[in-house]
Design a protein around this ligand. Structure first.
Ligand SMILES: [Zn+2]
Length: 235
């Protein structure tokens, strides 16, 4: 009888936490192709409650699109910067977007796949590495961030803030995106974050800041990232 009681107590204690895990947003994180401060970045991710993060690194990360394993996640967080992708992997990604997946593109992922237009369409823009309309970057810049869509779920509880991070200039931004955050800094691209629904079941967000520890430590940036992941995941 005492054993039964013990089992009942253990079940009672363990059930609620099991239910909580079921509610967690499953994030598939793509990295590789560009260095970043792993300690500071993963320190920030570990402090985010309600998310389970699984990292895959290039050169093998895009195989997730071949095996449909990416569909086991609610949202993909792109923090990679790569050009290599096979036609089969592209097709796998395109069907995933059609079936429905959350997509959050962070910082240097804007440089990935310079000649793949479908990726530009779901990202909402492109940093051009070369050519007549080449983009540019500048490190360690202090700039302002102004909220331009205060009623959008991604922006909930976020007010205008200052940040210290890398900026990008002369970037192509597609007209169809919903602007979320802008800056007055003359050398930066005018938008710092935007959202869109590239297919009826897929939502995407692009966030430009995200180079280093100074911005990872900022509460408005953390909120922006968490709420982007949640919104893209239809939560
Ligand atoms: Zn950077």
């Amino acid at each position: 009888m005492r054993n039964l009681l013990l089992i009942a107590i253990i079940l009672f204690i363990s059930l609620p936490s099991y239910a909580q895990n079921e509610d967690e947003i499953r994030v598939l994180l793509f990295t590789g192709g560009h260095d970043f401060d792993r300690g500071a970045f993963f320190g920030m991710l570990e402090d985010m409650e309600g998310f389970t993060i699984s990292e895959v690194k290039h050169p093998n990360a895009n195989d997730y699109f071949l095996e449909s394993r990416a569909s086991e996640y609610d949202v993909i967080l792109f923090y990679d910067m790569v050009q290599e992708i096979s036609e089969e992997q592209k097709a796998g990604f395109e069907s995933l977007v059609e079936e429905g997946i959350g997509l959050v593109f962070l910082h240097h992922s804007l440089v990935s796949y310079q000649s793949w237009d479908f990726f530009k369409h779901v990202m909402g823009g492109r940093y051009h590495e070369s050519g007549a309309k080449a983009s540019n970057y500048k490190h360690e810049v202090k700039l302002n961030a102004k909220v331009i869509a205060p009623d959008h779920p991604v922006m909930e509880g976020i007010s205008d803030f200052m940040l210290f991070d890398e900026i990008y200039g002369n970037v192509e931004i597609l007209n169809k995106v919903t602007p979320l955050l802008k800056t007055d800094h003359p050398e930066s691209m005018p938008l710092l974050a935007w959202a869109q629904e590239p297919s009826p079941k897929t939502r995407s967000v692009y966030i430009q800041p995200g180079h280093g520890p100074e911005v990872f430590a900022l509460e408005p940036f953390q909120l922006l990232l968490m709420q982007s992941l949640a919104w893209a995941a239809f939560r």
